[in-house]
Design a protein. Structure first.
Lengths: 66, 247
């Protein structure tokens, strides 16, 4: 069933597979950095919009009272 | 709609967080070490997961585009917009992780092979979607043009995914691959022996794909809510302007 695990690549000759550990960590760090930046951008945009909505509602209420 | 979405969003967020932890555990402690490439092969689980979900995201955008052209409701345009944005994030994750895997595997960070060139084209085409949207002020026109664009842009997704099967490429063929299919992969092929190890790799990949799908659903819900808030802020602004003009 899992015969699709074909990896058409090999390490260059003489390279110890264990040294690839650094690349593995670098790969995961870079991927999650991209993900975290997106999450931070979503959170920041949401925070700014909530602030803006609150301010606009306040303006409308003040206008109503006056 | 928004109250239902507000209830769903925390559930999706937590489910995605739990699945990310589970799949990270499986990648690092459950999946066996690959014979030829060693630990760097573990990038493969999230690289494939991200690539798969990016394609799903662009397909959802295409479906939303078709639905918008049939019935021009703002929600279809919002789904297309959110899905393209998230698809771009997943594509970026795929490109970055693939490049880092390529360094020890191919001895270079980047090769202008058909697959890598086409994924760059795909990324740029979807970035241009935002440029198109920002250049059109009329909401309905923007939705219509955007819908047509995401439908046409999906050709780049098909080309990217078909490229390794149709063209001579250094990039591995993963799904449904056989040595014969992966022609042109001159560095040689390594098939993982069937049995426990390949089963564990398969399970890890399946969990990673489920995790990324869940992450996509969570981000889509959050992004959709964000767009609703943008609409809410715009209508409040319009009301404030009207009040000021009446003074």
């Amino acid at each position: 069933m899992w015969s699709f695990f074909l990896l058409a690549a090999q390490l260059p000759e003489g390279v110890d597979p264990n040294i690839t550990l650094n690349y593995m960590f670098l790969g995961y760090a870079a991927m999650w950095l991209v993900a975290l930046l997106y999450i931070a951008s979503l959170a920041s945009r949401q925070h700014n919009l909530h602030k803006e909505i609150k301010l606009l509602q306040q303006l409308l209420e003040e206008d109503k009272e006056s | 709609m928004s109250s239902r979405l507000d209830r769903i969003i925390p559930i999706l967020n937590w489910a995605a967080i739990v699945m990310v932890v589970v799949s990270l555990f499986m990648v690092f402690f459950f999946a066996p070490n690959e014979r030829t490439m060693g630990n760097v092969q573990r990038i493969f689980y999230f690289h494939v997961g991200a690539a798969w979900v990016a394609a799903i995201a662009f397909f959802v955008a295409l479906a939303a585009g078709v639905l918008y052209l049939r019935q021009p409701l703002a929600k279809w345009d919002t789904i297309a917009l959110a899905s393209v944005e998230i698809g771009l994030v997943f594509t970026t994750m795929t490109i970055v992780s693939g490049s880092i895997w390529g360094r020890p595997a191919w001895n270079t960070w980047w090769v202008w092979s058909p697959r890598l060139t086409l994924i760059t084209v795909m990324w740029l085409v979807y970035v241009a979607y935002f440029m198109l949207r920002s250049s059109i002020e009329d909401e309905e026109k923007r939705g219509r043009f955007g819908a047509v664009y995401v439908i046409a842009a999906f050709v780049t997704v098909i080309m990217t995914y078909a490229s390794v099967r149709l063209l001579r490429d250094i990039h591995p063929v993963v799904f449904g691959a056989t040595a014969a299919v992966a022609q042109g992969a001159e560095q040689g092929l390594q098939e993982i022996a069937p049995g426990l190890d390949s089963a564990r790799m398969g399970m890890t990949l399946t969990v990673a794909v489920i995790t990324f799908s869940l992450l996509y659903a969570a981000w889509l819900a959050n992004r959709y809510r964000l767009q609703q808030l943008t609409g809410e802020a715009a209508s409040l602004k319009a009301r404030v302007v009207t009040r000021l003009q009446q003074r």
